[in-house]
Design a protein around this ligand. Sequence first.
Ligand SMILES: Nc1ncnc2c1ncn2[C@@H]1O[C@H](COP(=O)(O)OP(=O)(O)OP(=O)(O)O)[C@@H](O)[C@H]1O
Length: 229
Amino acid sequence: MIEIKEVSHAFEIGKKNQKNIIPVLKDVSFNINRGEIVTIIGRSGSGKSTLLNIISGFIKPTNGEVWINEKLVSELSESKFADFRLETIGFIFQNFQLIPSMTAFQNVELPLIFKGINESDRKKQTMETLKRVGLEDYKDHYPSELSGGQQQRVSIARALVVNPPLILADEPTGSLDSDTEKDLLHFIQQLNKDLGITFLIITHDEQVAKIGHRIIEIADGKVLEGVAL
Ligand SMILES: Nc1ncnc2c1ncn2[C@@H]1O[C@H](COP(=O)(O)OP(=O)(O)OP(=O)(O)O)[C@@H](O)[C@H]1O
């Protein structure tokens, strides 16, 4: 599903004559198989978000290749990558990133509008997805009227609504209390089992990392596979 081939990345900071190069990822290679939950663990600043942004196409790697679904995505133009993302990748973020002025229903419906789906199909798919996450009764609530766990379920519904084969999650439980975290991790495992969605989850939390079928650690810009916690 995902192949990372010898990916390196360095950020350039500073002005022209005083440029500093910060190497973050060094020759990183690994694969993620279809239907797996893989967690990536690493300390703050180890390069987890940079790696996720490279896989998502928001950052071009300095070197190396990213393949998703047998497609060399690291070579795609910005607009081609945007189309590819909409078809293939759902996102879940630590702070949910819901639009505050939109109801739960409208937030979940949004990717379908971007995809140009007609209104009656949109309504149907949005309601089905809200049901899947157990929030059909909360469809008219605004994010501020929902608990953290409910908001994260709305954001999962928004990721699911286009039926992506892959979901990328950046600290998905980082803003939740421990009981809600457990529920949400269980829910992710259920989605993986029921729908076969591949999950790549980054976290600095060992308990969260343990839900992975496989744990990959990033340290000093390199990856260690098959980490046991
Ligand atoms: N746009 C940028 N410009 C320059 N340096 C950056 C940029 N983004 C990240 N970095 C640096 O790259 C390194 C890795 O950052 P990254 O955000 O990928 O780490 P992380 O493992 O996700 O950390 P955290 O768990 O704190 O989110 C850090 O040293 C950071 O300062």
